[in-house]
Design a protein around this ligand. Structure first.
Ligand SMILES: [Zn+2]
Length: 249
C-alpha cells in the first residue's frame, strides 16, 4: 500500500516535473482516496480507460494525457464532466504526466520506444531537450527500419523517404512531435521518427533528403506509462496493471 501523497511526491521527484514548461498540470489532477493499493496505467484519461479502471478496482490511474490542457475554457460540462464525475463517484485519483513522461531517460515514452526499436540515444535535441538521437543499428536501410517499426508497433508507419541516404543517425520523439522535424535535421538526423505527420513535413523530407516516419501518436506513446507504473509497483509494493485502450490515431 502507498499513500496518495507519497506517490505524488515520488513521481514529482522521479520525473523532475518542475523542469518542464507544459500545456497542462503535471501531477495529481483529480484527488481520490488517501490510500492506493491498485494502480491502473494508460495512455489517455479517456472515459473508456476510467471505466476499465473502475472495473479493475483501481484506487488511482496514471496517464500520459490527462484531462486539463491550456486552451480549455474551464467549464466542467459534456465529456469532461462525465470523466471527472466518474472519477469522483468512485473516489479514484488521476495522476497525469505529459512532457516529463516523454523525457525521462529510462522510463519515459522516448526511452521506452527506443528500446522497442533497438535505438539508444547518445544526445538530445530540440525544445526542452525532448528529442532523442543516436546511431542507427549497423547497415539499416530505410525499408528495413520501417519494417522494424511495423513489427515492433503492429502498425505500418507512414514513410516520407527523403533522398535514400544510408541511415547513420536516427532521431525520435513520440506523439505529436512533427514540429520537431527541423530540429532533428539540424541535429544531424538521417531519419526522424514520431507519431503524427502534418502537411509541411512531406516538403521538408523532399527538400532536405531526411526521411520522416509517422508511426502513430498512441502507438508511440504506449510504453512510458506502463514502465512508470511497473516502477511504482516495485517501489511501493502496490498492484499495477496497464490497460491499453485501442486508438488508431
Ligand atoms: Zn501525446
Amino acid at each position: 500500500m502507498a499513500l496518495r501523497i507519497e506517490l505524488e511526491a515520488h513521481l514529482a521527484q522521479c520525473l523532475a516535473v518542475d523542469r518542464f514548461r507544459d500545456y497542462g498540470p503535471n501531477g495529481l489532477q483529480v484527488e481520490g482516496r488517501a490510500e492506493v493499493r491498485r494502480l491502473v496505467s494508460g495512455v489517455t484519461a479517456s472515459l473508456a480507460l476510467i471505466d476499465a479502471a473502475i472495473a479493475d478496482g483501481a484506487d488511482a490511474i496514471l496517464v500520459h494525457h490527462g484531462l486539463f490542457w491550456r486552451g480549455q475554457d474551464g467549464r466542467l460540462v459534456g465529456w469532461l464532466r462525465q470523466r471527472v464525475a466518474r472519477l469522483l463517484a468512485h473516489d479514484i485519483s488521476l495522476f497525469a504526466y505529459h512532457l516529463p513522461l516523454d523525457a525521462h531517460p529510462a522510463l519515459g515514452n522516448n526511452a521506452q520506444l527506443g528500446l522497442r526499436l533497438g535505438l539508444s540515444a547518445d544526445a538530445r535535441f530540440g525544445e526542452q531537450d525532448l528529442g532523442f538521437i543516436g546511431s542507427a543499428p549497423a547497415a539499416t536501410s530505410l525499408p528495413e527500419f520501417a519494417l522494424r517499426v511495423y513489427t515492433a508497433l503492429g502498425r505500418a508507419p507512414l514513410v516520407l523517404p527523403g533522398d535514400g541516404r544510408p541511415l547513420r543517425r536516427l532521431a525520435w520523439c513520440t506523439g505529436g512531435a512533427q514540429g520537431h522535424f527541423e530540429a532533428a535535421i539540424a541535429a544531424g538526423a538521417d531519419a526522424f521518427v514520431t507519431g503524427e505527420v502534418s502537411e509541411p513535413q512531406a516538403h521538408l523530407a523532399r527538400e532536405t533528403g531526411v526521411a520522416f516516419l509517422a508511426c502513430g501518436h498512441h502507438a508511440t506513446e504506449r510504453y512510458g506509462a506502463p514502465a512508470l507504473g511497473a516502477h511504482l509497483a516495485a517501489h511501493f509494493e502496490i498492484q499495477h496493471q496497464f490497460i491499453d485502450i485501442d486508438n488508431p490515431a
